[in-house]
Design a protein around this ligand. Structure first.
Ligand code: SF4
Length: 289
């Protein structure tokens, strides 16, 4: 464990935020021109520089504020967000065309205020991307839609390349850290996606460093695998501010490598396990694209 400084663990050498130039400004200008949000900046992602430089962005649809208030998340809380913008799928597809993306990741805030949780807008965005960029992969990272099966099936029927829903943390910490989402409900969403018959690979992820134990991490990986998850991401939790859930520790890269090995031994076919891994980090590479 890193030495504490002012009661907070010191940032270890392996946590470094990459900074770059290159096409970053073009990406920013395109997103701004088309009034699009990215999770890259909204969630203070440490890979922002690297992804923007390689012409990649994870789009955040359905607004910039969330009806939930998870204690680990940097996205702003608003119980009454503005209505969704129905032309967002077209604007997003236009950005993907201009940026010449080969693999597009779409995620959203959680919209408990909408009857379908925003599933119809997810589906329309997938369809629009398939229409404008038929060769591109389209991965969706969705909320739990409150366990609504019709909403889940609406998204899957639009044929994303990968369906992703994050378990986020181990069962014991889930109710303290997540809002309204539960560990079991997330596993159920994953299992229903895997068993849906749509043939879409299912992905999930967890953060480490929130206070979980080794046994709990391994059990969570087993639970995800037995729920039909075939692709997994494991990354370091970074506390967004002093008001967020306190960081328990920085997990050493060797430990991440060991959890990656363990995941492979369980039969996961795509595994990314390292401190700076995030749900959508090198998402295309994880499925060989
Ligand atoms: S539901 Fe998702 S976007 Fe909303 S606060 Fe929780 S983690 Fe953040």
């Amino acid at each position: 464990m890193a030495e504490p400084v002012n009661n907070k663990p010191r940032l270890p050498d392996w946590i470094r935020v990459r900074v770059g130039g290159g096409s970053r400004e073009f990406v920013r200008e395109t997103l701004s021109d088309l009034r699009l949000n990215t999770v890259c900046s909204g969630a203070l992602c440490p890979n922002l520089g690297e992804c923007f430089c390689s012409g990649t962005a994870t789009f955040l649809i359905l607004g910039r504020s969330c009806t939930r208030n998870c204690k680990f998340c940097a996205i702003a809380y608003d119980p009454h967000p503005a209505p969704p913008e129905m032309d967002e799928p077209q604007r997003l597809a236009e950005a993907a065309v201009r940026l010449k993306l080969k693999y597009v990741v779409i995620t959203s805030v959680t919209r408990d205020d909408l009857a379908d949780g925003g599933a119809a807008l997810f589906a329309e965005t997938i369809r629009e991307l398939h229409r404008r960029l038929p060769e591109a992969g389209v991965e969706v990272l969705t909320p739990d839609f409150n366990g609504d099966d019709a909403a889940l099936r609406l998204v899957l029927a639009a044929k994303p390349t990968v369906f992703n829903h994050n378990v986020e943390t181990v069962e014991r910490l889930s109710s303290s850290i997540r809002t309204r989402a539960t560990y079991r409900k997330s596993l159920d969403v994953l299992k229903r996606a895997a068993d849906s018959g749509f043939g879409v690979p299912v992905k999930s992820g967890i953060m480490l460093g929130l206070g979980e134990t080794d046994d709990e991490i391994r059990q969570t990986l087993r639970d995800m695998r037995s729920s039909g998850v075939s692709i997994v991401t494991i990354g370091q939790y970074l506390q967004p501010s002093a008001e967020h859930w306190p960081l328990a520790r920085y997990v050493h890269p060797d430990e991440f490598a060991a959890y990656g090995e363990f995941a492979r031994s369980l039969g996961f076919t795509g595994v990314a396990s390292a401190p700076l891994v995030r749900s959508s980090y090198r998402a295309g590479e994880l499925i060989g694209r």
